[in-house]
Design a protein around this ligand. Structure first.
Ligand code: AHM
Ligand code: MG
Length: 334
């Protein structure tokens, strides 16, 4: 009979490899998995309860908040504060990060967590997959209030990152820099079960994902690359297929499994790119690299960007290594 390994068991096993570990990281991941299960439950009954639709507020990006955004943000914040493993929490939904070092209400740990509680939430009303993305750092300063050195860490210094996709099934995928592992939620037992150990992204693919309605706003090199994708060439199996859900986690996850490249370049509307470095691009870049893929601005690796601002944006080219290389070549040659 097939044996099942839960996320909790898997993380405990990994922890045992580090005899000095105190289990804080294990508890942190458990907290994330708990919040993910709560959001899963709510996303699944969204059509039934009075939870669909807009909250009536705007978030710090000036976008309308959906009710489920608020719900997901609340629960991730809540479990992460209560767990006592974190000293800093930052969410797409809040202008400022929350420094738990400034409050006496919670036990303070060493981890800093950046997250997008419900990415792609504009898709909820049409029952399209959405996701949570998280990025975890360790503070560098020893104690007291957090310092610039804590906030200035690049993506390379992430100790873990992952995402949850609330799709036809709910999956949690994460890395701690020792490969990428995927767990599928079995709702009947309420556990994430190891379903995709040591995930790797195909080196090459035939899918490109981009919001092509922005074509006229793209840099010339990107326009040329998109033409390349559409050319007919038997050897390279072009034209490639175009697949764009408009929900980053879902587009990224599909490309992880099938191979492909996702592009959100600079546009006239978003001159620095649309997607956010700290809680969208860096965590997915860490996953992509750990899975044998690549993530780039088109010029430098995403994880080498020096962060300057919590909600900073960047262009993102991510996915199969050979496809990202090709986009970089177009940008370099232009
Ligand atoms: P959000 O964080 O407000 O949900 O926006 C991020 C989303 C991503 O999921 C997706 O890749 C992108 O925005 C889609 O943008 P567009 O509609 O411009 O194609
Ligand atoms: Mg988002």
């Amino acid at each position: 009979m097939m044996s099942i390994q839960t996320l909790e068991q898997f993380v405990m096993e990994q922890q045992a490899l580090f005899p000095t570990a105190k289990g804080e990281f294990t508890r942190l991941l458990q907290a994330i998995s708990l919040a993910a299960k709560i959001v899963h439950r709510e996303v699944n009954k969204a059509g039934l309860a009075d939870i669909l639709g807009k909250q009536g507020n705007c978030n710090v990006q000036g976008e309308e908040q959906q009710k489920l955004d608020v719900f997901a943000d609340h629960h991730f914040m809540d479990v992460l504060k209560r767990g006592g493993e974190c000293c800093y929490l930052a969410s797409e939904e809040h202008e400022d990060g929350i420094e738990l070092t400034k409050t006496k209400r919670y036990h303070i740990g060493k981890y800093m967590v950046y997250f997008d509680p419900l990415d792609g939430s504009s898709n909820i009303d049409s029952n399209v997959s959405v996701g949570t993305i998280f990025s975890i750092y360790k503070r560098k300063s020893a104690e007291g209030p957090l310092q610039a050195e804590d906030f200035n860490q690049t993506g390379r210094e992430q100790v873990a990152a992952g995402y949850v996709i609330y799709g036809s099934s709910t999956m949690l995928v994460y890395t701690t820099g020792r490969g990428v592992h995927g767990f599928t939620l079995d709702p009947s037992i309420g556990e994430f079960c190891l379903s995709h150990p040591s995930l790797t992204i195909p080196k090459n693919g035939r899918v490109y994902s981009v919001n092509e309605s922005n074509y006229n706003q793209f840099p010339t090199a990107i326009k040329q690359y998109l033409q390349y994708c559409k050319e007919i060439d038997a050897e390279t199996k072009r034209p490639y297929s175009s697949r764009y859900i408009g929900s980053l986690v879902a587009d990224f996850h599909r490309n992880m499994i099938q191979g492909g490249v996702f592009l959100y370049p600079e546009t006239v509307q978003y001159p620095d790119g649309k997607l956010r470095l700290m809680y969208e691009c860096n965590p997915l870049a860490f996953i992509a690299e750990q899975a044998g893929g690549k993530a780039s601005t088109g010029v430098i690796p995403i994880m080498d960007i020096e962060p300057t601002y919590l909600h900073q944006r960047t262009a993102l080219i991510i996915g199969s290594e050979m496809m990202v290389d090709m986009v970089e070549r177009y940008i370099h040659e232009h």
